[in-house]
Design a protein around this ligand. Structure first.
Ligand SMILES: Nc1nc2c(c(=O)[nH]1)N[C@H]1C(S)=C(S)[C@@H](COP(=O)(O)O)O[C@H]1N2
Ligand SMILES: [Mo]
Length: 427
């Protein structure tokens, strides 16, 4: 033990000398390391910070620092007041302005519910998933059954179709907070469907939740066989109640509403059914309906973003998120002059399919007014449109702050003033 301590201390001292010799700025650090008392070399602490007491909560489940205060906010999506007259909260937006990396902590994952803040309290020991309809063998799986089957773990975003930006929103949480990204674990739906055996005319399926409105949605069978996931795990633990405990359907890249929470039944059918959730797609041709289910390529700068403040001129990493229902993000570009010129951003980790992708671009702010924007291209070549392009597509008059019809994946501008304050560029 004694010799181990000595060698560790020597390594630290040598490291300090090296740091001191290499750069001028490390001078402040090097003496501190040089004076390091012996106990630090043994892994102790030499500082004078107050100690956090090991409460029951901290010991058993852990908590973030009380200095970290980022929270979800109620979101008045679709003009629906939140809370409503009955005290129900329907939508919670994730604090993207404070996000780092690509995983949204489960406690900050956005929430959208057609039923408000009352959610079914389901005992997983009693919960089952039944697959029926146009199958050779209808089957009912308990949670234990599902966990015996081969599992997959995948990073996927979900985004509510109502996640749209306008000039009245102050922060990226208000403008883009109805999307999040988590690591989901479960069984591929295709695994279960192979067990049941599909009949030839099973061309669509309907997924049903456990509430009275059921949250049912119609989806094409090709998607079921491709990458749909029956998820019981989220970010390394059980899916949280607000996100569908104990079981939810993940339909990677489709609009949020298709990702049925509290999943209890999947029915194989031979046509597009008209459920509560399908009204939003009413006008669509059933043959093409699936095309309109997919989230387009979208990106947003999360830092600096509305409500934040640049302390002064100099270097900043412009950081943001990009995602697409069409697959992985291929590239992201950032403009710091209102879209006149574009620069290639750095992609921070290998982009996953239908997952948030972190990008960064180093920017030397000269202290003048600036408008910063991001745009992305996905793996099948789809490019995130400008708001002008979206207006052209829908043939509606364009204004800087108009209501984008359909899904809003248009480019989002943030304005930087000379005093370093950041505001909504659509205002
Ligand atoms: N059973 C059920 N599933 C549901 C919903 C619901 O209210 N009930 N809301 C849907 C909507 S509108 C969205 S955007 C996503 C949101 O998933 P999240 O709350 O986990 O973010 O779940 C979908 N699945
Ligand atoms: Mo949604």
């Amino acid at each position: 033990m004694g010799s181990k301590q000595t060698s560790r201390r020597e390594i630290l001292k040598n490291g300090a000398a090296l740091a001191g010799g290499l750069t001028l700025t490390s001078g402040a650090i090097a003496p501190a390391l040089g004076q390091m008392p012996d106990h630090m070399a043994m892994g102790g602490s030499q500082n004078d910070y107050p100690m956090i007491m090991g409460s029951k909560e901290l010991i058993e489940y852990g908590q973030r620092s009380h200095y970290v205060t980022s929270v979800r906010i109620m979101h008045p999506m679709g003009g629906r007041p939140s809370p409503d007259a009955f005290g129900k909260v329907f939508h919670l937006a994730s604090p993207l302005q404070d996000s780092v990396g690509v995983v949204t902590p489960s406690s900050l994952h956005y929430v959208a519910t057609t039923r408000g803040s009352y959610m079914p309290d389901i005992d997983p020991a009693k919960h089952t998933l039944t697959i029926h309809g146009l199958v050779d063998r209808p089957l009912t799986f308990t949670m234990e059954d599902l966990k015996r089957l081969p599992s997959v773990t995948r990073l996927h975003f979900i985004e509510c179709a109502g996640n749209r930006h306008n000039g009245r929103q102050k922060t990226v949480q208000e403008s883009h907070g109805m999307t999040s990204c988590a690591e989901w674990t479960g069984v591929l739906l295709s695994t279960l469907l192979k067990e049941c055996g599909l009949k030839g005319n099973a061309t669509w399926f309907v997924a049903e939740g456990s509430e009275e409105v059921k949250g049912a949605s119609s989806m094409p069978i090709a998607k079921a066989m491709d990458d749909c996931l029956i998820a019981y795990g989220m970010n390394g633990e059980a899916v949280r109640p607000q996100n569908g405990f104990p079981l939810r359907l993940m339909v990677p890249g489709f609009e949020g509403i298709f990702n049925t929470k509290y999943l209890r039944r999947i029915k194989l059918v031979d046509r597009y059914y008209m459920n509560y959730n399908d009204f939003g797609h009413l006008q669509r041709d059933p043959k093409e309906a699936a095309l309109s289910f997919q989230i387009g390529p979208k990106s947003v700068i999360t830092r600096p973003s509305g409500g934040q403040q640049l302390p002064g001129r100099g270097f900043y990493e412009i950081s943001g998120l990009a995602w697409s229902g069409g697959g992985a993000i291929r590239s992201v570009e950032v403009s710091t002059n209102g879209g006149r010129t574009w620069n290639r951003a750095e992609i921070k980790a290998t982009p996953q399919r239908m997952a948030h992708t972190r990008f960064g671009y180093m920017w030397n702010w000269d202290g003048n007014e600036a408008e910063i924007l991001s745009r992305c291209i996905d793996e099948i070549g789809q490019q995130q449109p400008t708001r002008e392009q979206v207006a052209q597509y829908w043939n509606v008059p364009f204004e800087r702050d108009y209501r984008v019809p359909g899904l809003d994946n248009s480019v989002m501008p943030w304005r930087i003033a000379r005093d370093g304050s950041v505001t909504n560029g659509l205002a």
